[in-house]
Design a protein around this ligand. Sequence first.
Ligand code: TRH
Length: 366
Amino acid sequence: MSTDLPRSHWDIFCKVVDNFGDIGVCWRLAQQLAEEHGRHIRLWVDDLALAKRFTGAGHARITLKHWTDHSDFSRVAEVVIETFGCGLPESYQQQMRPQQSLWINVDYLSAESWVEGFHAQPSPQANGLVRYFFYPGFTASTGGLLRESDLPERQAQYRWQDLRLEPAPSKLTLSLFCYTHAPLAGLVDSLQHSTQAVRVMVPEPVAPMLANVLDVTGLEVGEHIQRQQAEFVIIPFLSQADYDRLLYLCDFNFVRGEDSWIRAIWAGKPMIWLPYQQSEETHLVKLKAFMQHYLAQAEAPLSAVIQHAMQAWAQDSWQATDWESLLSVLPQFRQHAQAFKLHQSQQVDLATNLVIFIEKYCTHRV
Ligand code: TRH
């Protein structure tokens, strides 16, 4: 079987729908395939400027390519990874057939049970190509979750000083990464009246929402705003590596979407997840499925508090009591988050599952 590019050269296609998750996940996957599995990756992205905010100094085995209608698709890879159903360029597909390239769509993450039935299934395309669906997930019958093999060693080195920040042992430190539909006013009110002093790390993309709630004109990176029991600290949009540090060093994390959600699990700290809003409230079905999995081993009183808080945060019904209830179970929540992290870390990671799937496929075909 001949292809244009050597077997170890894979292509990943990424379309930035909105926000950061699409490129965040693709860059993380590309790095792990290059770093831990020795692949050479061409990462095709339609929004190069945003991609460069994530790739920073890049990686020796990863080439960032601009995906446009005029891109040079004269050479195709044997293994082609589409992400989040972004599709593949027509002209590129035309070349995949003669080359018998393997087409895999790494789709959105969900804890819903149907995922297991669709994972790794072939979908014959009208043009004769076969598109395999690869579903990330929390169980062994899915593609797994992105998790770097050296994460525990890295976490052991994390220090606030790495982030040019100081620890604040007398306070609970939170990180706050949410969407505009989050009931932020309710949370800010409950934190201002918190029975325990809190420090809230607010990444730059969230600052305009907070400025609105605090009724101040604009909040700059580096600003500290004290409101009774709550100190809000505006921090820059960090590198993914530094954001991992922040999640690990905080006592409590508010996260969202796809990637920060999983990074909060690997941080092993109490967290509240806000799913990306979808039509017909599909995101609430995703939230329910995740809580069922996340809280399967949790004691009923703890599970009830966490469920109520996550639902209130996703359904715009956050009460001050939600924060005080979380505070009242924080020690148990910490233990639970640690136990869930250890349990979930037993699962084979997504990049490794992808390599195993592809090797099995390629060996079978030769
Ligand atoms: O930015 P998001 O809301 O991305 C979303 C979701 O992926 C969603 O599923 C998708 O449909 C939508 O985009 C289009 O949330 P997510 O997935 O957590 O991605 C954020 C990325 O940004 C993640 O890789 C972490 C990274 N990040 C940093 O690198 N530095 C930071 O300071 C912060 C706050 C985030």
